[in-house]
Design a protein around this ligand. Structure first.
Ligand code: ATP
Ligand code: MG
Length: 359
């Protein structure tokens, strides 16, 4: 509608972009707000391996300029129409830890945290951005002379790297957020009880427990989908590329044709789930509360049969992340969005925060 009244009748609905720079690929999700609802406009993913003469599915460490090139290519391919973005910070560039400190407030609290942080952060405090949250008391905890504080540190270098990617890609970022907070926004609906999230990436798997919307535990396992492909390529004498392709087709399938070696696929996943289960049990024993759900996410979460395999490790319900549920999309796209969802959890979470910011 044109004319002088149009601007009073139609509220502008800016589009926003969530960016997740993973070890093996960049993912983006563009959303806009319509009548108070998040609408999916476009999304995409582009492997970083080929930008470093490596294969799709391999985790690579690249200069900001090369990542920016990938991001620009991806934005073009996905027909992105906005430069208004938020960016996720990789978990392995951060440190999250819960500490118990004497109850203090205001400037006194700030001073104490600056002092205490030195004990928990393995690098000089001047090399990190430090943030913290006081965890609200649970019932009965008010009398405890100590309070729980979540310390969050991000390497300055990691932030500078991301800022360089953003400026080279000619987009404008208003925030950088640790990826696990993005994932929580996108896939954890339980507001109170503890939920475990398992994000199976390429080189690593991130495991964390969310309770009352806060991170109660976080743990990095240095194994992921890339290790699965390597094991399969060795066991079945295939190239990495062929093994990656077959892994995506067959997953944990009992009746995949030879030379597919299912056991080499479950080998990595069994050690990942066993380690996640140790984290879960340690939490349950110490806190005396049960984890009510396990959410499987990340590219590895797309593996055929992985949910059923994970079921055998946990007493609690295991579900696959479905972050696109949070956005309106054409019905015909639903099945594919549900299938690829776990890969996009971080990017969806970032886009949702960005949407809150602009609306
Ligand atoms: N359909 C599929 N079946 C099995 N594995 C898959 C499938 N799709 C992707 N993967 C695997 O997921 C992994 C990549 O996951 P993801 O994209 O979440 O990692 P990343 O975000 O790049 O890495 P990180 O989070 O560790 O930095 C790769 O090992 C890839 O082989
Ligand atoms: Mg990732």
């Amino acid at each position: 509608m044109a004319g002088i009244f149009s601007r009073f009748l139609t509220k502008p609905t800016p589009s926003v972009l969530g960016i997740d720079i993973g070890g093996s690929s960049v993912k983006i999700v563009q959303l806009k707000q319509e009548n108070g609802v998040a609408v999916l406009e476009t999304y995409g993913q582009l492997a970083l391996g080929p930008y470093a003469d490596k294969e799709v599915g391999q985790a690579v460490s690249l200069p900001a300029e090369t990542i920016a090139e990938n991001l620009k290519d991806l934005m073009r391919e996905a027909n992105v129409t906005t430069t208004s973005v938020g960016v996720a910070i990789p978990f392995n560039k951060t440190l999250l830890t819960t500490v118990e400190l004497p109850r203090k407030e205001g400037p006194e609290l700030q001073t104490m945290i600056n002092l205490e942080a030195r004990k928990y952060i393995p690098v000089p405090v001047s090399e990190v951005q430090l943030d913290w949250f006081v965890i609200p008391d649970e019932e009965g905890e008010e009398l405890n002379p100590k309070m729980k504080v979540l310390l969050v540190a991000v390497h300055n270098e990691a932030l500078t790297h991301l800022e360089r990617v953003v400026s080279r890609a000619q987009v404008a970022a208003s925030f950088y957020e640790i990826e696990i907070f993005s994932t929580i926004r996108a896939v954890v609906d339980e507001p109170v009880k503890p939920v475990m999230v398992i994000d199976v990436g390429a080189a690593a798997t991130k495991v964390y427990i969310v309770e009352r919307g806060l991170v109660a535990r976080s743990h990095n396992i240095s194994r992921g989908g890339q290790g699965v492909t390597k094991a399969l390529s060795q066991a079945s004498t295939l190239t990495f590329a062929k093994a990656e392709q077959l892994k995506r087709e067959e997953g944990i399938s009992e009746n995949a044709p030879k030379p597919y070696n299912k056991d080499s696929v479950t080998l990595t996943y069994s050690s990942v789930f066993a380690e996640a289960r140790r984290v879960l049990r340690e939490f349950e024993t110490k806190e005396k509360r049960s984890v009510v759900k396990v959410v499987l996410t990340g590219g590895g979460g797309v593996t055929k049969g992985l949910k059923e395999y994970a079921d055998s490790f946990f007493d609690t319900e295991v579900i696959l992340a479905d972050p696109f549920q949070k956005a309106d999309a054409p019905a015909f796209m639903r099945p594919v969005l549900a299938e690829i969802g776990p890969e996009f959890a971080v990017a969806v979470g970032v886009a949702l925060r960005k949407l809150e910011e602009v609306s």
